[in-house]
Design a protein around this ligand. Sequence first.
Ligand code: SF4
Length: 311
Amino acid sequence: MFEITPYPTFSWSLSRHKTLTSCARKYGYEYYFSHNGWLSYNVEPYHQLVYRLKKLQPMPILFGQIVHRFIEQAINDYLQTGKPPTLEELIHWARGQLNAAFIDSTRHLESWRQKPNKYYMMQEIYYTGKLPTDLVQDYKERIKLVFEHFLRSETFQQITSQRGSLRIGEPEQFRSMKINDIQVFVVMDFHYFNELTDKWVIVDWKTGGESDDDRQQLALYAYYVQQKYRVPLEQIEVYNEYLLTGKRKKYSFTDFDMENILHTFQYSVLEMKKYQADIFSNEPVDLEDFEQTQEKWHCRGCNFRELCAQK
Ligand code: SF4
């Protein structure tokens, strides 16, 4: 049975680490003060508000989620039926979801307030009341590009040509591991074992541009596959598929990279522990002790700026 706890369970993920690095106050809102905000009663309205803001979706995030969802569905359907979707179908489905998000955001504000995990609310509309026309035009073009590149990608070509030889890894919701007794969540897009090449293959679809963080993220995925399937790094192939440009980038990792990612994990956990008032219950320190970032450019796209502006 679902148990209501006063504080969240402590866990680690790369996105949690990145949030803390960008702004401790944001980290506090995301990982502590939104806790239980999904409940309809027996919870302070403040936590409901923080939770609602946490659920706001800026266009790049929303777009990425929708594209990832349809890519996952396309691959699963293909593996079951042998029939790939057409470009028109993928565009149609994704546009339908983006339209649904727009309709929720503009016409169902009250429903979203009541049930923020059941309705969409686009961050741009919440804060400015509209979606800039050039942003809409930009994403209209991106939808076509990303699905065109997905269908033509070497990864999807391999899936369609070697379907019988691939063993697909477990679904995303089950991907976690323990490091030093801490639950670590690994939000990996797609991985499989190719019997023809005797390799584990990890693929991360990117709907935005290339970033310096991409390598670190993939190193964590490689560590996960190495630990979970007990295979050497030489047996793991890792790729970024950049769907806007159609570029595919291959990464090679060494033991040194694995040590680096473990070092990041350990250092990051120590930093996170500074915000625990009680290390056993994971009760947080006071909100004021989660410092606001001094790099104010982080605030421009932040879901919680309404709260910080009130201070
Ligand atoms: S608005 Fe700025 S200071 Fe406030 S939580 Fe967001 S990033 Fe941090």
